[in-house]
Design a binder for this molecule. Sequence first.
Ligand code: GLU
Length: 447
Amino acid sequence: MKVKTIMANLEAKHPGEKEYLQAVKEVLETIEKEYNKHPEFEAAKIVERIVEPDRIFTFRVTWVDDKGEVQTNLGYRVQYNAALGIYKGGLRFHPAVNVSMLKFLGFEQIFKNSLTNLPLGGGKGGADFDPTGKSDAEIMRFCQAFMRELWRNIGPDLDSPAGDVGVGGREIGYLYGAYKTLAREHSTGALTGKSYGWGGSLIRPEATGFGAIYYVDRMVQEKGESLKGKKIALSGFGNVAWGAATKATELGAKVVAISGPDGVCELPKGIDKEMIDYMLVMRDSRRNKVKDMADKFPAKAKFTAGKKAWSVKCDIAMPCAFQNEMAEEDAKQLIKNGVKYVAEVSNMGCQPGAIAAFQAKKIPFGPGKAVNAGGVATSGLEICQNAGHINWTAPEVDAKLHKIMNDIYDMCVEHGKEAKGYINYVKGANIAGFMRVAKAMLAQGII
Ligand code: GLU
């Protein structure tokens, strides 16, 4: 394959789908050399096939708000690739959701899910619905209206959505309630991220953040260092940042900054248990303001409006909020302040210029699809428990998650080691993730 030719064709076919084109380009550029060693891939046109989703559903979601007004949103499900297993990936509720965003997320999900070594294909979905400021009843009505359309296209042996930005345990509850009513069956494997007690897995809420810290722990150990005493700056205060803050603190690191759309909270003494618990209150309030942390704990947190977490001096930077949230200027600021490791937890959290800046300085950079794979891996474990009608204990799930993250880390090193020992984790993750899918597609014929 020639990346330039493929990208030129895709740009002509999908003009304006910026995030999708960005994600495809990064993967193809990093696998090109390896791919071209396999004439059988080229003969079966694996790349030309894998960049296009199997199918995309787009549907109208109409619901009634608390004032009695009729609202209409757009809902989507991208079923991207099922070579390794059922379509699997989250649902995102955010006003900026569109086809390009969900195609980029679905494409990334194929390789992330492959890295977990579980039988999971890739998919993604969501709606341009903004949960900010919505009441509980509005969220429930929206979820029910969304599922009225989606339910026929999902199922435990077909496609199993989960949460993502704007979709947490509460939304999954409403979505599942609607699903089981419409489908007239209790197919727990049709959605993951369910609550414990009706099919949910212990540790699923923590999994993305815990997994990310397990991965970072290995990056730090690779350099002969330890997480103890390391200063970490996180963006966001949702489920992912909460899980990461919990595990980082437990392992002796200090979370010195969290941020939101309104600004940054500096935590000079590090985050403590009370503040970690408060992150959940902030998330559930749907106010989307990190300033609430400083208002609640004025002696421990200092809020600055309009600044990002990347302005705070730290050893480890972990974007946990949204795609492209870290720009090249942010990376340069972090480098100036002496950052030693960067791990993307949000999908495509760093812009290409930011990644290039870290790599040029040989700063270890972990890409989202490897660092954040613990979430979907634990969803895979949830499906296993549902299928076997069993509940594993929290330590059992945590041990399996830890092992999966260690295996992912090892694969990234195996495929990402460059001359002079620098580990290009981006390349490692893309090659390792891609190879498994490509081999499965080859074995399954031209279809
Ligand atoms: N949305 C999460 C992700 O980006 C979780 C997906 C899942 O559990 O299916 O991987």
